[in-house]
Design a protein around this ligand. Structure first.
Ligand code: AOF
Ligand code: ZN
Length: 395
């Protein structure tokens, strides 16, 4: 084959995979805890069908594309952003329908690290005489499913810390006024993130100070599960969170220090030495539709225990939106994987004005948490810096 021709083919593969990625991303916020996957079927240099995995529990991208195809698929090529599955889950294996429909060649973006698949999907296709090539736009395919790749191998949520601060590192004026640090564009960007993450977590301090809703206020948005870290059950019964808990799934995580314990949602949910007020508060919160998670007898919510429990509840990702105390605890506990820092070109001064991460802090610069794979972009007038943290608790 001439070099020119093979260059053209490489270009085509990239073009079709790019289209498959686009399709995958169109289902953002609807597939959790499954990955986003897109698929394109090509015959004689023409796309004859395309689809994505639209919703958790429903058909996968390949099955959708092949079933919806109006033309004969025999001898066609299939582009898919993730290795086709070969197991019976909510749906039958994609490898089966790919073989059945006479596909000649399969191009895969990234391998699936679900232990039920992990290379076996490709092997089965090859055994059936189908040519398989993988690794096309691999990095992009992996990155778009960073939540899935984390969750499938650890069973705890992929966790991001998000904050917005001024150029001099403050999240509010000394009076506590924080409306607004960043521009409308940046705040809309945060709404998009809320659609991508299954859970949103704040500390009780934020609930008491701002009385937030923590919902997703964009068109076709999906509300994340709200998670409040409230060691001593201080959340007001008339707060927006409690008042809307019947409509938006809400979890309150608390400390079982004085004998409180929630085993399940039926009584008795307290140990005999539980403080009577706490017992009453738990009952009231439960009646409002709130799920209660006790994380052990330490005085503060144990974030590692909480993450395990959230993982068991199929919450594959959490975005932490402060305040400073929870942010610091999360970093100390080593549960933060990614940071989104929005920086507004404003200077507000004030020694006592609050900063995004509180806590005791570190003693020496050499102990700083360092981020890697840093990226930056302007969102309107504000700068967004993202980066990843090694999964190790701080000393
Ligand atoms: C694919 N194409 O579009 C997706 C795949 O419970 P199930 O049946 O939905 O299976 C979920 C698993 O299947 C998920 O963990 C991942 O390994 C794979 N997802 N595979 O071939 C798709 N969404
Ligand atoms: Zn599948």
């Amino acid at each position: 084959m001439s070099t020119e021709r093979s260059d053209d083919m490489e270009e085509l593969k990239i073009r079709y995979m790019r289209r498959a990625i686009e399709l995958a991303l169109s289902a953002k916020g609807h597939t959790s805890p499954n990955p986003m996957v897109g698929c394109v079927v090509v015959k004689e240099g023409r796309i004859i069908s395309e689809a994505c995995h639209e919703k958790y529990g429903e058909y996968h991208a390949e099955r959708n594309a092949l079933l919806r195809c109006k033309e004969d698929t025999a001898g066609a090529e299939l582009y898919v952003t993730l290795e086709p599955c070969c197991h019976y889950g909510n749906t039958p294996p994609c490898t089966e329908i790919i073989i059945e429909k006479g596909i000649r060649r399969v191009y895969v973006g990234s391998l699936d690290s679900n232990p039920l698949v992990a290379g076996k999907g490709i092997e089965i296709l090859r055994q059936a005489g189908i040519q398989v090539e993988y690794g096309i736009l691999e990095e992009e395919c992996r990155k778009m499913n960073e939540i899935f790749y984390h969750y499938i191998s650890r069973n705890t949520p992929f966790t991001a810390l998000k904050y917005a601060m001024t150029l001099d590192g403050k999240i509010a004026a000394y009076t506590g006024d924080s409306k607004w640090v960043t521009s409308e564009e940046a705040r809309n960007h945060v709404q998009q993130l809320r659609k991508e993450y299954s859970g949103i977590m704040v500390g009780i301090g934020t609930v008491l100070a701002d009385n937030p809703m923590l919902n997703c206020r964009i068109e076709e948005g999906v509300d994340p599960v709200r998670i409040i870290c409230d060691s001593n059950l201080r959340i007001p019964m008339d707060s927006n969170i409690v008042k809307t808990a019947k409509d938006i799934k809400t979890i309150v995580a608390f400390s079982e220090a004085d004998g409180t314990a929630v085993k399940d949602l039926s009584e008795p949910y307290c140990r005999p030495d539980c403080d009577i007020n706490k017992r009453e508060k738990l009952k009231q919160l439960q009646e409002c539709g709130i799920t209660l998670i006790g994380t052990g007898r330490e005085p503060q919510v144990n974030l590692n225990v909480l993450m395990q429990k959230l993982g068991e509840m199929k919450i594959d990702s959490v975005i932490i939106e402060g305040g400073g105390a929870v942010n610091a605890s999360a970093l100390r506990a080593g549960i933060v994987n990614k940071v989104y820092a929005y920086i507004a070109p404003k200077i507000i001064m004030g020694e006592t004005s609050r900063t995004p991460v509180g806590g005791r802090g570190i003693e020496f610069m050499k102990d700083a948490l360092c981020l890697k794979h840093i990226q930056s972009e302007m969102i309107g007038k504000d700068l967004l810096i993202t980066g990843y943290i090694e999964e190790e608790p701080m000393k």
